[in-house]
Design a protein around this ligand. Structure first.
Ligand code: ZN
Ligand code: ZN
Length: 143
């Protein structure tokens, strides 16, 4: 079981701050194209926590789109500086992911796996200790 973490973070301009005290449900690198587009980087580092464990100061703006699964995916970002902070999935309202790059201290972050590894960019380094899933595993919290 992952240890309970005291997570805190903010957007780049500081208008939005957040805190969570939670044992992460799932930690991953996601190589899907949606993450690439919305984050502007080669892949996303994500930590999923129970939605109720997250408290946010300031109001995020949201953008929703449909996933291949039919679920509605919502991205939460700062309306002032545009930093991506959180993401939610309408099919799993009890969990929210935090973008690791927005955390004040993410030294503890350890991805359990790569999801959507089949769309990983050829230049992205591969770690032999991190398991690949071609797409999104059905029950990621149990990995
Ligand atoms: Zn901001
Ligand atoms: Zn993704």
């Amino acid at each position: 079981m992952p240890n309970t973490q005291r997570i805190s973070g903010s957007c780049l301009c500081g208008q939005i701050r957040y805190k969570a005290v939670a044992a992460p449900l799932f930690q991953a690198h996601c190589h899907c194209q949606d993450c690439r587009k919305n984050g502007g980087s080669a892949f996303s580092a994500l930590v999923f926590v129970p939605t109720e464990s997250l408290s946010v100061q300031g109001e995020t703006q949201t953008f929703s789109h449909s996933a291949d699964s039919g679920a509605t995916m919502t991205k939460h970002f700062c309306s002032n500086c545009g930093s991506q902070l959180f993401g939610t999935n309408s099919a799993k309202p009890d969990r929210i992911h935090i973008k690791v790059g927005s955390m004040d201290d993410a030294e503890w972050f350890q991805p359990q796996c790569n999801v959507w590894a089949n769309s990983r960019l050829p230049s992205t380094p591969v770690s032999p200790e991190v398991k690949d899933f071609a797409t999104m595993p059905v029950a990621p919290a149990k990995i």
